[in-house]
Design a protein around this ligand. Structure first.
Ligand code: PEP
Ligand code: MN
Length: 338
């Protein structure tokens, strides 16, 4: 439920309501607006006397949250969440986020080369995998901590935030030490222990949609993270498994306006994993931005045929540069910028 405080309610009134709720076992999440503070309260309603709360000083009203996800819901917060990911980059506002880089960090030299190329093209966030979820246990699984170091050094040298995946609860502290944005991959979207673990950190989380997840399940996964206290969650539509086999996955373009109706969290389009084929990446990236996504994530590699993972869907730097121009035009047409 949401406790709506009166306009300009005093800090001690807000604190008293929070402490009353905490006493009866509720988790509280105050959200401060310009004039009003609302308190999201999550817990067992059977333990509470609504009247007692309603009669507390400074309380205006109590409304239930109908959706199964609470903190992620627009019911609790109308304004869009804008996430500060460091190095001067904000995600969710007028300026679009462009995450770019190779699927995996392959070597220091290669990552720096790709990082410089994508920055020059206009990307504002570096992506790369140091811990890779691979279908085959025999495939390259990433450079681990060495990969994280390479990314961090590139991010610092080029003054760009870095986004990288964590797959295991045992690696969360390590990844959080290096990364600006922690990615939860599609395969782990319902790894609830991992979701809770990253929720205990304050680093922004990039939550990919599960391979065959509904929007509701995806938002429930965001709720797991937020329920641990981390409100900085962004979603990523990366295609879902359907009966269509001509692309690796099917990009669900309508997930963009649907999630924006349901949640205040930013959403990023990933045309690379959605299509699995470089030929379709630009068209789907353009569609994602046109549909209102807060940014894109694109895999870029200068030698797709020698890439250790996801070569077939990687754009060469030159094509990525051209895509950035195309996206700038679309962004301008819908009142955004890159
Ligand atoms: C990735 O971003 O490289 C990745 C493995 O993505 P997904 O989890 O969407 O498959
Ligand atoms: Mn990949």
């Amino acid at each position: 439920m949401i406790i709506i405080m009166k306009d300009n309610a005093a800090k001690n009134e807000i604190a008293a309501v929070e402490s009353k709720l905490a006493q009866i076992g509720f988790q509280t999440h105050p959200i401060e607006g310009e004039t009003k503070t609302v308190i999201g309260a999550i817990g067992d309603k059977r333990n509470i006397s609504m009247n007692e709360i309603l009669l507390m000083s400074g309380v205006e009203n109590i409304v239930p949250i109908m959706r199964p996800y609470k903190l992620a819901s627009k019911e609790i917060k109308q304004e869009k969440t804008i996430i500060d990911v460091g190095h001067g980059v904000m995600i969710g506002g007028k300026t679009l986020a462009v995450f770019a880089g190779p699927c995996a960090v392959e070597s220091r030299e290669h990552f720096f080369k790709m990082a410089r190329a994508v920055k020059e093209a206009g990307a504002n966030i570096l992506r790369g995998g140091a811990f890779k979820p691979r279908t085959s246990p025999y495939a390259f699984g990433g450079l681990g901590e060495e990969g994280l170091k390479i990314m961090r050094d590139a991010g610092d040298e080029l003054d760009m935030p870095i986004c990288t995946e964590v797959m295991d609860t045992r690696d969360v502290d390590l990844v959080a030490e290096y990364a600006d944005i922690i990615q939860i991959g599609a395969r782990n979207m319902q790894n609830f222990t991992l979701l809770r673990e990253v929720g205990k950190h304050n680093k922004p989380i990039f939550l990919k949609r599960g391979l065959a997840s509904t929007i509701n399940e995806w938002l429930m996964a965001a709720e797991y993270i937020m329920s641990e206290g981390n409100d900085n969650v962004m979603l990523c539509e990366r295609g879902i498994r359907t009966y269509e086999t001509s692309t690796r996955n099917t990009f669900d373009v309508s997930a963009i306006p649907v999630t924006q109706e349901l949640t205040h969290l930013p959403i990023i389009a990933d045309p690379s994993h959605a299509t699995g084929n470089y030929k379709y990446v630009a068209a789907v990236a353009r569609a994602g931005i046109a549909a209102g996504a807060d940014g894109v994530m694109v895999e870029v590699h200068d030698c797709p045929e020698c890439a250790v993972s996801d070569g077939p869907q990687s754009l060469k730097p030159k094509r990525f540069l051209q895509l950035m121009d195309e996206l700038r035009g679309i962004a301008a047409a819908i009142g955004k910028e890159i």
